[in-house]
Design a protein around this ligand. Structure first.
Ligand SMILES: [Zn+2]
Length: 333
């Protein structure tokens, strides 16, 4: 059964047959073939492809060309733009391109190699910063400040996951991480959980609370919460590289600050500058944190320290040893 269409060859309404056929697109001198729906005039065999189908098949060929030549796909370009919270026009302007260039690329137009290299370049925040300084005159002051702010935040985030101590913790054997990957964001939020819920939280107390949270969670759920490794110190178990970790929370994440305090003895207490984010944790993990909080909320730092000294995890290990999570089964709270 044919469709009645106007044939430009016969110059009249004719019956057309619908068929799947092949269309060849030439993209920058290379040929790509796509399947497409064709309508063929029963009278003169003239072929018609509707505009939408033609465009779709051309975009497919563009994407094949992109993959072959390692060019960014439209969605990659969109992702780069979203990473910096920019509108299509703002990004075009920053790059000194035509107003609708980015819009066209995101909708499938094939980007030039030079433009592709530029977009790939600004994927890295430090490159973006370099470009921003160079093209400062192209854009308004408030846009400049907005991009700069966002880019610097991205750089901090990069530097944290690249932080040598975070990497070191991630490479410690699983036995000492409670069968979990070390996760700095979760570690950070365990700290926030306790500092938010305990008034005047001593640093020494905090370190033991993290220990009990991680080991108790392993005991109950066969996995730690944030994958924190602990070492045997004179005053009890403490997170490995704890000074570096606290530094990240203070200097990079800027979520806590230490306040020097003198009461019965001199020490630091933790003040939080940000709210605990519970969305990172499972229900079981929240239960563990709440249990540890309820159990030790009113204990002094030295009471908890003495408690840790009765644990097998502490008694069976030597100074400066990493503490195996196998001892978690003997945790007694
Ligand atoms: Zn015809």
């Amino acid at each position: 059964m044919g469709n009645k269409l106007f044939c430009t060859e016969c110059f009249n309404d004719k019956n057309f047959d619908k068929q799947e056929g092949i269309i060849t697109h030439e993209v920058r001198g290379e040929q790509f073939q796509e399947t497409v729906t064709k309508y063929i005039c029963e009278n003169c065999k003239e072929e018609i492809i509707n505009d939408k189908d033609f465009d779709k098949s051309l975009l497919k060929s563009y994407n094949k060309y992109r993959k072959k030549h390692d060019l960014l796909l439209p969605r990659d370009i969109k992702n780069i733009r979203n990473k910096y919270d920019l509108s299509q026009r703002a990004l075009s302007r920053l790059l000194g391109w035509g107003k609708v260039t980015i819009h066209r690329y995101e909708n499938g137009s094939l980007q030039s190699t030079a433009h592709d290299q530029m977009l790939t370049f600004i994927k890295e925040p430090n490159n973006m910063l370099e470009l921003l300084e160079k093209n400062k005159e192209n854009i308004k002051n408030n846009l400049y400040n907005k991009i700069k702010n966002k880019t610097e935040k991205l750089m901090v985030k990069n530097s944290i996951t690249d932080n040598i101590y975070v990497k070191k913790l991630q490479s410690i054997p699983k036995e000492y991480r409670g069968d979990n990957d070390f996760n700095i964001d979760k570690f950070c939020n365990i700290v926030l959980f306790f500092s938010q819920n305990i008034n005047k939280l001593w640093k020494t107390k905090l370190l033991k609370l993290i220990f009990y949270s991680e080991f108790l969670n392993y005991k109950n759920n066969c996995t730690s919460i944030a994958g924190t490794p602990f070492v045997h110190w004179q005053h009890g178990p403490v997170p490995k590289h704890m000074f570096a970790l606290l530094d990240i929370l203070i200097e990079d994440y800027e979520v806590i600050e230490l306040e020097e305090f003198i009461e019965f003895y001199e020490g630091d207490i933790i003040n939080n500058k940000k709210q605990f984010n519970n969305s990172l944790f499972s229900n079981e993990e929240i239960k563990t944190l709440e249990y540890v909080l309820a159990h030790f909320k009113d204990s002094t730092a030295s009471e908890i320290r003495n408690k840790t000294h009765t644990e097998k995890a502490y008694k069976k290990t030597n100074p400066n040893d990493l503490i195996s999570y196998n001892y978690a089964y003997n945790i007694n709270i």
